[in-house]
Ligand binder design. Structure first.
Ligand SMILES: C[S@@+](CC[C@H](N)C(=O)[O-])C[C@H]1O[C@@H](n2cnc3c(N)ncnc32)[C@H](O)[C@@H]1O
Length: 282
């Protein structure tokens, strides 16, 4: 069968299962499976697919019909215009997290000479890897409590040629981290336990709970980072957090209560939601 007809049939089958973007999903699967780009795909609709390729493709569609996110099925996600490997051990990178990087790079522009940076809860490594690429003279430590997540992050650092400048450490917040930093960045888990139960199935069933939920008020990890960061930030150093909906005030209150942070700034994402909170250590 030619790819045009095959794609139309599969899109229909996926649409019937209730997938929200069946055509796009099928295009992604097919371009990955056949190792062709979209231009080739559209300019050669007559391209015949083999029975073997059709069977492999159908296995991907069955996984998608079961609600598995496309990024886990194809094993990657684009972020900051770069491709990152993802597995079910890590949160799938969200576009909002680019705002944290934009804000950090606005205040600490390249090349980052002499800067030391710590990324807490690195997951797939997106924050650490992008900072390593954008700030070629900075030194970066990336941590996660999950050894499996760290192995994905290491792979991504290698993929983007920054392994030599990012040190990966398994650590519960700052438990196994020595030294102090100019910047501490984190997109920690920040969903309340009750909010977690209301997340769509596609997230709850497939993404790691430990990357999402953070206690009754969703502030458990912020509380710990804010408390411990004061011993790991240099004087004048800055803390950057991604925050969730309605967390600007409670996280600001935690920063103020700590008594060592000033110049607290909030930045919205492109949907107008408060998304990044940063503060300077006095
Ligand atoms: C929301 S995900 C963020 C992942 C990645 N930084 C991103 O922005 O896509 C939070 C990450 O924090 C990690 N984490 C959760 N609790 C932690 C803890 N106590 N100490 C260190 N990392 C933790 C999770 O394993 C997960 O990888």
């Amino acid at each position: 069968m030619d790819i045009k007809t095959f794609l139309a049939n599969c899109t229909l089958a996926l649409a019937e299962s209730g997938a929200s973007s069946p055509r796009l999903d099928c295009e992604l699967f097919l371009t990955r499976l056949l190792a062709i780009d979209r231009v080739h795909f559209f300019s050669h609709p007559e391209h015949e697919i083999t029975d073997e390729q059709a069977a492999a493709f159908e296995r991907l569609v069955v996984r998608r019909k079961g609600g598995e996110p496309v990024s886990y099925i194809i094993g990657e996600k684009e972020f900051w215009s770069l491709r990152f490997a993802v597995t079910p051990a890590v949160l799938i990178p969200r576009p909002e997290t680019e705002c944290l990087l934009e804000e950090a790079l606005r205040l600490y522009p390249p090349p980052g000479e002499g800067l030391s940076i710590c990324d807490i809860g690195t997951g797939s490594g997106i924050i650490a890897v992008v900072l390593a690429k954008e700030l070629p003279l900075a030194r970066i430590v990336a941590t996660d409590i999950s050894a499996l997540a760290l192995s994905v992050a290491r792979k991504n650092a290698a993929l983007h040629g920054v392994s030599g400048r990012v040190e990966f450490r398994q650590s519960d917040v700052f438990g196994d981290i020595a030294g102090d930093f100019d910047l501490i960045c984190s997109n920690p888990p920040y969903i309340t336990d009750a909010g977690y139960e209301r997340l769509p199935d596609g997230i709850r069933k497939f993404e790691p709970r430990g990357a999402l939920a953070a206690g009754a008020d969703g502030l458990d990890i912020y509380r710990r980072i804010i408390g411990e960061a004061e011993n790991h930030l240099k004087k004048g150093g800055r803390l950057f957090f991604e925050i969730g909906e309605e967390q600007r005030n409670p996280v600001t209150a935690l920063l103020l209560e700590a008594g060592v942070y000033t110049d607290i700034r909030c930045r919205s994402d492109y949907g107008g939601m408060d998304r990044v909170l940063s503060a300077r250590k006095v």
